[in-house]
Every structure is written in C-alpha cells, then in structure tokens.
Design a protein. Structure first.
Length: 123
C-alpha cells in the first residue's frame, strides 16, 4: 500500500488528463448532428477520431504506472496488490487523498472494504 500511496499524486495528475480528453470527446460528440452539412460532419468526425486517440493514449499513459482504469465517469482506479498470497485490488476513487479501501479481484467497487493494519494483517 505504501508504494500505491507514493505514486497516487502521479495517478491523480494522469487521471485528470484522462478527464480532460474525455470531456473533449463529449464536447465534439455534441456538435455532430446528421443535419449538418457533409463537409462539417467529416471535419468533426476527424476531430472526434483524433480526440478518441488522445483519450486512449492518456488512459494508456495512466495504466503504464501499473494501475487499472476501472471507470472514467466514476473516477475509479485499481492498484494490483497482494493480501498474504491472494491477489487483490487496492481501490481509489477520484477525490480521495489516499488509498483507504481494497476489494477482492471479482468483487468490484461495491465490495470495497476499508484498509486496516494490525498485527494479524502485517506480512
């Protein structure tokens, strides 16, 4: 968990770049309408394709930190970790200042459990 919290500022920064690109995609999509002339439609579609490429590049840049983008809209990013010999996800949601939750790999956000450190959980 210490390593995950250490890279969290970088994760937050890269996630905010993802948000900016996602917002650009949404903005362009709102201007694409079948009633506009074909030349404008083609230019907007090309602009959208470029914005989507930039969005996927930003997601890849974020995930290159060793995390998994679970939901852009909900701001969910998971960090792979181990709890004894079990693989688990440390779970972070945009707006949180540190990683305080975890869940089993198949549980998802609704299965989040608070992190607690005591003599039994230390390995």
């Amino acid at each position: 968990m210490t390593t995950a919290n250490a890279i969290l500022p970088n994760v937050i920064q890269k996630y905010e770049v993802v948000l900016q690109h996602r917002n650009k995609v949404i903005e362009i999509e709102q201007h694409i309408d079948s009633n506009i002339n074909v030349e404008i439609y083609i230019k907007l579609k090309q602009k959208l394709n470029h914005a989507l490429t930039e969005l996927y590049n930003a997601i890849e840049n974020l995930e290159n930190l060793g995390v998994i983008m679970k939901s852009i809209d909900e701001g969910l990013v998971d960090f792979p970790s181990k709890y004894f010999s079990d693989e688990v996800w440390l779970c972070w949601k945009y707006g949180e200042t540190e990683i305080k939750f975890w869940h089993e790999k198949n549980a998802g956000f609704n299965g989040r459990k608070p992190m607690c450190v005591n003599d039994e959980t230390l390995v």
